[in-house]
Each structure stands twice: as C-alpha cells, then as structure tokens.
Design a protein around this ligand. Structure first.
Ligand code: C5P
Length: 382
C-alpha cells in the first residue's frame, strides 16, 4: 500500500505503534515511505512535538490496519502514543481500515466505537471476509490495498464528472406525520433510492444536499461530500426544499411525502376513548411549488409510485406536476420499489417516448436518471 501511494505521487509519513514493530520493522517502512517511520512521541530531538506537525500537515490520516484497541482509544479520545496523539492533533479527514479476528470484529463494543467515530465524521472502510491470522476464516481481513489506495485518491482529489460545478438537491425517505406524541402516519419508503441518487450525483462531481427522513449510512467514498439535513414531517421537508432549491441546478424529489397530515393531539390518545376521528388535511405539493418557483435552467425530477394503470396514472402525474423527468415505480413489481436494493422504473421525459429501465441496483437506476438530467442541463453556465 505504501509503495502504491508513493507511486501515485503522495508524500507518505509513516507512524508505527510500538506493537506494530513486532510485525514489521520500522526500517521497511522508512525504505518505502517518503520520510523515516516514527514510533514514539519523544524519539526525534529535531521534532519535539511530532504529533502536531504531522497532524496539521496531513491531507488525510489512514490507519491500516486499525485494531480493536486503536479504535477504542480513538473513540475514547486517548492520546497516549504518537499515533493517537496525531489523530487528536489533526483536523484532517481520517480513514480507518479495521482488521481483526471475526470474534473481535463482531463484538458490540467494537461496532459501537465505530458508530461513535462514524458519527464524528471518521471514515471506516469495512474489512473483507477471508483468511485471517492463525488459519481462521471470516470477516475481519484488512481491505485490499488497491481498494484502500483508490479510496485515498477519491478522498483527497474528489470526483470530477458531468455534474462538477453543479448543485444538486435530493430528498429521500418517507415523512412522518405525528398523530399524538407517540404515533405517526408514515409509509414504507426506505430512502434507498434517494440516497443512491445523492451518492451517484456526488460521484459525478456535484455538490449535493440531501434532505432526508431516514438516517442511512452514506457510501464511504462520498461521506463529507454530501450535506445531510434531517427532517421528519412534510412541512419540514417543504421548508428546507423550497429554501435550498433557490441555489440548486437540479432538484430530485425522491422522498415519499405524506399526502395528508393531521393536527397532532397534545397528549397520547387513549385506547379506552375508542377509535379516534382523525381530521386529515392535504399537505401542500412540494414538487408543484418547486416547479412554480423554478430558477432558470433548473432541472426538476419527480417520482411516482403507482400500483394500477401505472403508465396512464404516471402520464397524468407528469403533466400535473410539470417536472422535467418523472421516475415511475410500479410498486407491485417484486424486487422493485420500497426497501429493495434493486429497482425497475420507467422514465417519462418531455417530447420523448417513455424509457424503460430494467431491473438493476438503485445506484444504476440513479445513474440512468442523472444521465438524463445532465443532458437537460443548460451548458456553459457552470
Ligand atoms: O402525487 P404523488 O404523491 O404521487 O407524487 C409523488 C411525487 O411528488 C414525488 O416526487 C414526491 O416527492 C412529490 N410530492 C411532493 N409533495 C407532496 C407529495 C408528493 O413533493 N405533498
């Protein structure tokens, strides 16, 4: 990995923990890296506070392999050796590549520490399955060096593509409308397709804002490149979407917005009082408002989940909403729509026959949708 990073033109300053030197000698690292390997906080008289110098100058800190112990120390904020002190003294992105025995990897405390670190913005490249030290087999093997190096390049250089310089707003997930302090009206949307659109847009170079009701894990290569705004109700989603859209080149309304809401009761409704009469009120159609307020050249994409007369209903929706692209889901198709990792859709476009997108991953569906969007964007005004 060191050699590959050097070959790719990076300046690599290695830090070894004292335990790491039992496996590989520091000389090996010094020979391959751009600087001599460092081990202790107080080893170098020329560099009396190495952790701050290293931490401040790094574009990225990669910890590979990250042991269960290192992960625990980092999560707890300990800084008792050069590596943890450098991590603490740095504001750069950190990529952890855990490697350990399967039993250790599956320990709840390890997973909870990683969840804590992820919440703080640390990137975690999950280990792979395969042969482990001592002849065991299972999850916990350090990710392939080529994968790590590719990810390092992505993190440092970012993505450039047909959406570079464009701002994209994506909404995802089903809204939750409170009935009382305990109960909500919601739907089965998982947010997967919206997340996939946000991730693929970021990989195509866009600056992405994701307004979402679901807290899913973003793909590691785009964490930090997608601004996430969490909302609950249709009203909150509307407020954020309408404000943010003023600055956007593209808006993709993948969220399943409740069509009806209710004035919530201040206290929990009592079962003994019998079935409550809920006075449902229609929510404003965010998509229609977005289209009415659209900026010059802005491309707007809507979604339609249908279960009967799919194409006819979708055509009517396409006209009513005034969007540029309508992504049509037949929710009765097995393997498509809610909660599924795959999807099969049809795209309705202006002056164009409907485009059938056969069953594929939601990322690949996202790419199809965004490819159409790219073609609709006015050129030369980035
Ligand atoms: O009318 P219907 O709910 O089927 O339309 C679905 C599309 O409209 C989706 O893109 C959804 O995000 C959007 N929508 C909206 N505001 C609503 C309801 C739906 O923007 N109140």
């Amino acid at each position: 990995m060191l050699r590959r990073l050097r070959d790719a033109g990076y300046h690599v300053a290695p830090i070894l923990t004292p335990d790491a030197t039992r496996f590989v000698g520091p000389l090996t690292f010094s020979a391959l890296a751009s600087e001599p390997a460092r081990i202790g906080l107080y080893d170098d008289p020329e560099l009396p506070i190495p952790h701050t110098t290293l931490g401040q100058s790094a574009d990225l800190i990669v910890v590979a392999p990250a042991t269960a112990h290192l992960i625990a120390r980092f999560a707890a904020g300990l800084a008792d050796d050069l590596l943890t002190a450098t991590l603490m003294a740095s504001a750069s992105p950190v990529l952890l590549c855990p490697a350990m025995h399967t039993e250790m990897w599956e320990q709840p405390v390890v997973q909870e520490n990683l969840a804590t670190l992820r919440r703080r913005g640390v990137l975690v490249l999950e280990p792979e399955r395969g042969h482990l030290a001592g002849g065991d087999e299972g999850a916990g093997r350090l990710a392939d060096p080529a994968t790590i190096v590719t990810l390092v390049e992505r993190i440092i250089k970012g993505y450039r593509g047909p959406l570079t310089g464009r701002r994209v707003l994506v909404t995802a997930g089903g809204t939750r409308e409170p009935i009382d302090p305990v109960r909500v009206i919601t739907n089965r949307s998982s947010g997967r397709q919206g997340y996939a659109i946000a991730e693929v847009a970021a990989r195509l170079g866009a600056a992405v804002t994701l307004v979402t009701t679901t807290d899913r894990t973003l793909a590691i290569d785009v964490v930090g490149r997608i601004e996430v705004v969490e909302v609950v109700t249709a009203a909150e989603m509307r407020e954020h979407a309408l404000t943010l859209a003023k600055e956007m080149d593209v808006v993709v309304m993948a969220a399943a917005v409740a069509d009806f809401t209710v004035d919530p009761a201040p206290n929990k409704l009592k079962k003994a009082a019998g079935p409550p009469q809920l006075a449902l009120v229609a929510t404003p159609d965010i998509l229609v408002e977005l289209v009415a307020n659209r900026r010059d050249g802005q491309v707007i994409v809507g979604f339609a989940a249908e279960s009967t007369d799919v194409l006819a209903n979708a055509q009517a929706k396409f006209e009513r909403k005034g969007v540029d692209v309508l992504v049509v889901n037949d929710v009765m198709t097995p393997g498509a729509g809610f909660e599924s990792p795959t999807n099969e859709v049809r795209l309705l476009l202006r002056d164009h026959e409907p485009v059938a997108v056969s069953m594929r991953t939601k990322e690949d569906v996202a790419l199809e949708v965004l490819t159409r969007v790219v073609a609709l964007l006015p050129q030369g005004d980035q």
